[in-house]
Design a protein around this ligand. Sequence first.
Ligand code: ZN
Length: 77
Amino acid sequence: MEFYLRFPAWALGLCFKCEVYRLVAVLGDLTVGGVTIKLYACHPCAWRLEQLHHQEVQRRRTVALVTMTRAENAVAA
Ligand SMILES: [Zn+2]
């Protein structure tokens, strides 16, 4: 899926990370201390967040695979 379509909306706004006013993706809500704000990221910062997400998904799959393999080895032993 094209990068821009993976985010629900784009608008002109302030990127949460690089703090530049430009076209930003609407990432969602951030709630701290009971106060909720909208979080936006520009294309490069949204891209980096996607990379971090992908890396975390891969890490979890690896952990799950290692856990399953160890469980199978324990049963076989
Ligand atoms: Zn940015």
